[in-house]
Write a new protein. Structure first.
Length: 290
């Protein structure tokens, strides 16, 4: 009985969050009782968005290409910059299957929680690229997520990443998390994962401005990588483009880090590259070249 009461309380709490007005969204009808969001009227609506579960009585199943992007193609000016979204709440979207290419790119998002999206299957190319995301929750209830596409989280401010317990995830595409200063990566309990492409987790040195306007360079030269329960993940196989690319974790910070090495914790003997050279170094501690 206690568990049921707790679940009911959580559900009711979600309903208390006031969704952004439906008039702020443009949609197209998918013909199956769902809609695709194609545009958000940032000029007249809030920079903090709570996307409603339904628009015009139909479930939102797709967030379309560039729908919430901070830079869009303009008819008269080529590309133009728009006001930046500062937060987005997607937890109402029980039927959302696709976050489209570039859908939230070039904004000011700092935190992102995707845990409520039990129907989500695909995160598109550059979907959240060029934001300021420093906290990402991407595990637990994402039961249907299959693919994290190229540069989906490119150039953000992540310092740690936990991909744990995603039962349907098969592919982490090239450069999916490239351009972050990630110091800790956990890949555990991913029973369907077969492919990690080149530079998926390639890190960079991040520069920050402190409260006194001083430029600070934060170098994470000894990251920790944790691997466990990855039964389908093998070394790269060129015949079907599956497995772990030898450049999957190749580190753009290698040349600046000298002899400092990553700490690797693993429980998966299927992937020999985890024991050799996917981290920006070869077995003689020299930086890898393309």
């Amino acid at each position: 009985m206690t568990a049921n009461k707790s679940a009911t309380f959580d559900d009711d709490a979600k309903k208390l969050v006031i969704a952004t007005s439906e008039s702020c969204f443009d949609t197209t009808d998918n013909g199956d009782g769902t809609v695709t969001i194609t545009n958000y009227h940032i000029e007249t609506c809030s920079y903090d968005i709570v996307i409603p579960e339904k628009i015009s009585g139909k479930y939102v199943s797709i967030i379309g290409k560039d729908a919430f992007a901070g830079i869009k193609e303009c008819e008269s000016e080529g590309y133009c910059s728009l006001p930046k979204i500062t937060s987005v709440d997607l937890n109402n979207l029980s039927k959302l299957k696709t976050i489209g290419d570039g859908s939230f790119h070039s904004n000011d998002l700092s935190e992102l929680n995707l845990n409520g999206l039990s129907s989500l299957e695909t995160i598109g190319t550059y979907a959240f690229g060029y934001n300021k995301i420093n906290k990402l929750i991407l595990s637990k209830n994402l039961l249907s997520l299959k693919t994290i596409n190229e540069r989906a989280f490119y150039s953000n401010d992540l310092s740690e990443l936990n991909l744990n317990g995603l039962p349907s995830l098969t592919t982490i595409s090239s450069s999916a998390f490239e351009g972050n200063g990630i110091n800790s990566i956990v890949l555990t309990n991913l029973p369907s994962l077969t492919t990690i492409e080149s530079y998926a987790f390639s890190r960079v040195i991040k520069n920050y401005i402190d409260e006194n306007d001083n430029m600070l360079t934060i170098s994470y030269c000894s990251p920790t990588y944790t691997f466990g329960n990855l039964p389908k993940l093998k070394d790269y196989d060129s015949s079907n483009n599956s497995g772990v690319s030898k450049y999957a974790f190749c580190d753009l910070m290698c040349s600046q880090c000298g002899e400092e090495k990553p700490k690797i914790i693993y429980e998966n003997d299927n992937v020999s590259i985890f024991k050799t050279q996917p981290f920006g170094y070869d077995n003689t501690a020299q930086c890898l070249d393309d």
